[in-house]
Design a protein around this ligand. Structure first.
Ligand code: SF4
Ligand code: SF4
Length: 310
């Protein structure tokens, strides 16, 4: 039986995906140029992996030679909670409050791809969640899921930007979705509010200045020049998304219970006293494990040394 857009949408929605779009598997020419400019300006900082596989990022046929379409999927992770801003605690970014989204989305993708293969054994696919040489945001934009906000997160009209993206590259033909227009307009709220001035141009984030990078992927020290700018962010940063009018007006609460918070904030002294075994146990299925205990301790130490913490 032939797999149609409608079949994919129905099956994906059954599994908890909120938005599904379809794009033709063409070269990402313009998006690759932008990526190269960003790399040339060294805005990727120490994320050397961003320099690798640029051919695959541009051309999904280098990943799946018979690729015809890319299916982009989004899952809402917004829960009905806020930070408590407890004294002596460091804040965790919303995306890392609950179970690791990779684990949740990988499971859903596996089931979805199996379902589609059962409908038509000719269906062939390779899927990614955030890892791998795929420009997931670019595909989400091409597939009409949303537009790229000036803070460089994808914003959807239905859910705001609190969404995780998944990407399926497939050998199958579909009807293609229309990209939607950019609704940022004259707004510059995210740029104005960024505590470290990391949004250096509209749609350009310098990772060297971004709290999200500096507290998660960064392996070195946090530069002293940002002392007092971190507003108690211990892991990631939500400031540019928190102020976005699209999140203020349109975000809705997710139905996925696994995104409910385990940790929204952690006591800085608790982090500094944490043993490796405790860290491993506590964060085994959390995105926080990515920073490793060493990184989390560095962040806690940095926040403690900020003047407002003394
Ligand atoms: S995540 Fe935080 S530091 Fe990074 S661009 Fe957004 S507001 Fe700025
Ligand atoms: S805060 Fe304004 S400029 Fe920034 S992403 Fe949202 S709408 Fe766009």
């Amino acid at each position: 039986m032939k797999i149609t857009n409608q079949i994919v949408i129905e099956k994906a929605k059954e599994l908890g995906f909120d938005l599904i779009g379809f794009a033709k598997a063409e070269l990402l020419e313009h998006e690759s140029e932008k990526l190269n400019e960003w790399l040339e300006r060294k805005f990727h900082s120490t994320m050397e992996y961003m320099q690798r596989h640029t051919d695959k990022r541009k051309d999904v046929k280098k990943i799946l030679p018979e690729a015809k379409s890319v299916i982009s999927l989004a899952v809402n992770y917004n829960t009905n909670h806020n930070h408590d801003n407890k004294n002596g605690h460091g804040k965790i970014s919303r995306y890392a409050w609950g179970r690791d989204y990779h684990l949740i989305l990988w499971d859903k993708l596996e089931i979805l791809e199996e379902m589609l293969e059962q409908i038509d054994p000719q269906f062939k696919s390779i899927s990614y969640v955030d890892t791998g040489p795929v420009m997931d945001k670019a595909w989400a934009v091409r597939a009409g899921i949303g537009w790229l906000g000036k803070h460089t997160n994808v914003i959807t009209k239905e859910l705001g930007s609190w969404v995780f993206l998944a990407t399926i590259i497939t050998n199958y033909d579909f009807e293609y979705s229309k990209p939607i227009e950019d609704f940022c307009g004259t707004c510059t709220a995210c740029i104005d509010v960024c505590p470290t001035k990391a949004i250096v141009d509209e749609y350009v984030v310098d990772a060297n200045r971004c709290i999200s990078f500096l507290t998660i992927e960064n392996k070195g020290e946090i530069p002293e020049k940002f002392k007092n700018d971190f507003d108690n962010w211990l892991f990631g940063c939500d400031v540019c998304q928190d102020v976005c009018p699209w999140n203020k007006k349109f975000s809705v609460i997710t139905g996925i219970k696994e995104f409910e918070p385990h940790e929204k904030e952690i006591g800085l002294d608790n982090v500094l006293a944490m043993e490796p075994e405790e860290f491993k146990k506590k964060f085994e299925t959390s995105p926080i494990k990515r920073a490793k205990l060493k990184g989390l301790m560095r962040n806690a130490q940095f926040l403690k040394s900020n003047s407002e913490q003394i």
